[in-house]
Design a binder for this molecule. Structure first.
Ligand code: PEP
Length: 248
């Protein structure tokens, strides 16, 4: 069985209730895409977005969760709470959370374990900095992040991996096709070695994906979709990315 294709949008700390109109435009424009489509809005918009989507084919997810189910953790949200309001996925270990909140691989693994237990699909992000790439350490860094961030008992049904080079996020710069292919091949090899169903884990590329480069990226072996930041905020940009994935 092939991995499921996924076009995932990360709205980060952008958007208010008025931005939900993008969902209508996306649903109208995307049609019955041959891939899963997910938006991860800020926490304030998850429930209103789920309500707006109704029975239509668009998934809604969170951008982070706590590793515990409940308790004295002011400002945090648990995986169970995300599931309760209709989220299907949660992004974990995004480089902005690793940098801004000091999240470690062990933190990410604990959160991913909680997500899995709550019935959420964890989108686990890994990626090298520009310095690490310049030092020729990309594959070593990715392998270490993957090994440390994947929870015990991970399965393809509840795990998505996103390769997001830190230097490509929001910069308009992307790795070459060969560089993406090399990292995705490594991820597939490591996942296949560690999980019985590692061949079925969806692997996303993320970092300055746009309508103009989407088709080229989706043609790369072991790229099953994208995690898209800036270009997911407007339906007119995200819809052609979804179409490119559906056609790949
Ligand atoms: C991201 O933050 O996950 C991302 C890929 O951002 P952008 O598409 O804007 O580079």
């Amino acid at each position: 069985m092939e991995p499921r294709k996924l076009a995932a949008g990360n709205w980060k700390m952008n958007g208010d209730l008025a931005a939900l109109g993008q969902i209508d435009a996306l649903l109208a424009g995307a049609g019955d895409a041959a891939c899963d489509v997910l938006i991860c809005p800020p926490a304030t918009l998850i429930h209103p977005m789920v309500a707006r989507v109704g029975s239509a084919d668009l998934l809604v997810g969170g951008q982070d969760c706590h590793a515990k189910d409940a308790g004295a953790h002011t400002g945090d949200i648990s995986a169970r709470q995300l599931r309760d309001i209709g989220a299907s996925h949660v992004i974990l270990g995004h480089s902005e959370r690793r940098a801004d909140h000091g999240e470690t691989d062990a933190d990410v693994a604990a959160k991913a374990g909680a997500a899995q237990a709550a019935g959420l699909i964890a989108i686990i992000c890994v990626g090298e900095t520009e310095d690490q790439r310049d030092q020729g350490r990309t594959l070593e860094v990715i392998a270490e992040q993957l090994a440390g961030s994947l929870p015990q008992g991970a399965t393809a049904a509840y795990t998505v991996l996103a390769y997001e080079p830190v230097w490509a996020i929001g910069t308009g710069r992307t790795p070459t096709v060969a560089q993406i292919a090399e990292v995705h091949a490594l991820l597939r090899d490591k996942l296949t070695a560690r999980l019985d169903d590692g061949a079925q884990v969806t692997l996303l590329y993320g970092g300055s994906v746009k309508p103009a480069n989407a088709a080229e990226i989706f043609a790369i072996p072991n790229v099953d979709g994208a995690l898209v930041g800036g270009a997911s905020l407007k339906a007119e940009d995200f819809a052609p990315i979804i179409s490119a994935l559906a056609a790949a």
